[in-house]
Write a protein that binds this ligand. Structure first.
Ligand SMILES: [Zn+2]
Length: 233
């Protein structure tokens, strides 16, 4: 796999997406001194069907769970965009927001949902993947959202994109040394699990199966894109 050091931005739909799909990889990178920034696009307000719980209380709870999980993985900052859960649309305003965040943080690597995965049912997962990729293309081009560049921001070209939730992986990150931290981070999302041990069993089965195919105890799979490569484009 490409070894590019530097800042990492993770753009995802709901509190917990990053931990389940890439928590072991993120912990490895923060161990190596890479600065990681999370962008959580929705408010997570449809993520638990507990009738007694107000929507506002659920949003607060999920953001607090997300901050705790991020802290365990060594993530430096968490931005909540608070779009309504289940209602993301890849419109110009959303792409502009993501482009601005990329131009501010200036990551080398971006992680997001693979929007092309066949039968990806969740609209937010598809939408956030497409919008994040649109923002990668926009952030490197001065003719996209030029008003941002008049406000002290500069264009920024991301070097590599790691797509998670993919059915066409071409890169497998060995997470054997950070798997326990990934599980600890997932456990912070208590509102999302009626039976945490069962959920953890599934994650263990998945990451150990992926690891087995590559000769590791545990691994996470990704599809890599290089936005600057004319062949990739
Ligand atoms: Zn999600």
């Amino acid at each position: 796999m490409t070894e590019i050091n530097g800042k990492v931005m993770v753009i995802f739909a709901h509190p917990d997406d990053a931990e389940f799909t890439a928590g072991g990889t993120i912990a490895r990178w923060t161990n190596e001194g890479r600065r990681v920034s999370y962008v959580v696009c929705t408010d997570g307000s449809k993520g638990a069907e507990i009738e007694q719980l107000d929507k506002e209380d659920l949003v607060t709870m999920r953001q607090s769970e997300q901050r705790q999980a991020a802290a365990i993985l060594g993530v430096a900052e968490v931005t909540f965009l608070e779009y309504p859960d289940g209602e993301l649309s890849s419109n110009r305003g959303f792409v502009a927001n993501l482009t601005r965040l990329i131009r501010q943080f200036r990551p080398v690597t971006l992680l997001t949902w693979d929007p092309w995965r066949p039968y990806q049912l969740h609209t937010d997962h598809r939408t956030v993947g497409f919008a994040a990729l649109d923002a990668v293309m926009a952030s490197g081009n001065m003719r996209y959202f030029p008003e941002q560049l008049r406000n002290n921001l500069e264009v920024h070209q991301i070097k590599e994109i790691f797509l998670f939730g993919t059915d066409q992986p071409d890169t497998w990150v060995d997470i054997s040394s950070t798997f326990n931290r990934k599980i600890e981070a997932i456990r912070q999302h208590a509102s999302q699990m009626t039976d945490p041990d069962e959920v953890i069993r599934h994650v263990e089965e998945w990451n150990s199966h992926v690891g087995y195919t590559q000769g590791y105890s545990y691994a996470e799979p990704f599809k890599i894109l290089h936005p600057e490569c004319s062949i990739c484009r």
